[in-house]
Design a protein around this ligand. Structure first.
Ligand code: PGA
Length: 250
């Protein structure tokens, strides 16, 4: 049985001192039990957070990356730079980047490939809007996002993947998908990855208004291996409660 995987996406929250305080607070609150945890602070706090994580068993991830290794890309950060800060993971294609920052499927594909090539594990976010769901297009939209992100990757060389199913309408809204909706899409994504030759150690997460009271329902769904957590990952006590609840489901 895989350990539940929790990815904390802090978005544009927390400076270095606040990130260090979170790690202290989380350990004081009892840690994360059986869960595997990736903390994703803003770029400016990666190094400080990485130092605070030494010896804790928790791992570090970034929220975004550029696909080139270096060059004239003002404001961007590359895979080697993230690795030098101690990152092992990177979130790619979060819906806030797609919608607010204009990130295209083509850019997501380049980032995804660059992360793999640089041995950073990409956490690919996919998900439909409310309108797309209402029109019955959820599978089509998510299938297309997956196809475009993986396009050009050799079938026989697909490394372990983490894919987060994050319906856009559930993110930060307080209205999570039902466990059944999330489970159905997680299994769909798993089937799609296997069809493309992905190894069996792929992991599928659910994200969107996850909190300590509903994580159990998601973890009980076959096909869901963990969660990508925004708001409920900001407070160490809430996050510790979430990890404890996720751990109880395994
Ligand atoms: P939320 O965010 O948990 O605050 O809904 C999830 C995400 O954006 O990854």
């Amino acid at each position: 049985m895989k350990r539940p995987l929790l990815v904390a996406n802090w978005k544009m929250h927390k400076d270095q001192a606040e990130c260090r305080a979170f790690v202290r607070g989380l350990l004081e609150a009892g840690g994360v039990g059986e869960c595997a945890v990736v903390l994703c602070p803003p770029f400016t706090a990666l190094e400080a957070t990485g130092r605070a994580l030494v010896g804790t068993g928790l791992t570090l991830g970034a929220q975004d990356v550029h696909w080139e290794e270096q060059g004239a890309f003002t404001g961007e950060i590359s895979v080697p730079m993230l690795k030098a800060c101690g990152c092992e993971y990177v979130i790619v294609g979060h819906s806030e980047r797609r919608r607010i920052m204009g990130e295209t499927d083509g850019m997501v594909q380049l980032k995804f490939k660059a992360a793999w090539a640089g041995t950073l594990t990409p956490i690919l976010c996919v998900g439909e809007t409310r309108e797309e769901r209402q029109q019955g297009n959820t599978r089509q939209v998510v299938g297309k996002q997956l196809e475009l992100a993986l396009a050009g990757s050799r079938r026989d060389a697909v490394p372990p993947a983490i894919v987060a199913y994050e319906p856009v309408w559930a993110i930060g809204s307080g209205v999570a998908a039902t466990a059944a909706e999330a489970g159905e899409m997680a299994r769909f994504i798993g089937d799609e990855l296997r069809r493309r030759g992905s190894p069996s150690n792929q992991r599928i997460l659910y994200g969107g208004s996850v909190h300590p009271q509903n994580i159990g329902e998601f973890m009980a769904q076959p096909g869901i291996d963990g969660a990508l957590v925004g708001g409920a990952s900001l407070d160490p006590h809430v996050f510790a409660a979430l990890a404890a609840a996720a751990g109880r489901c395994r």
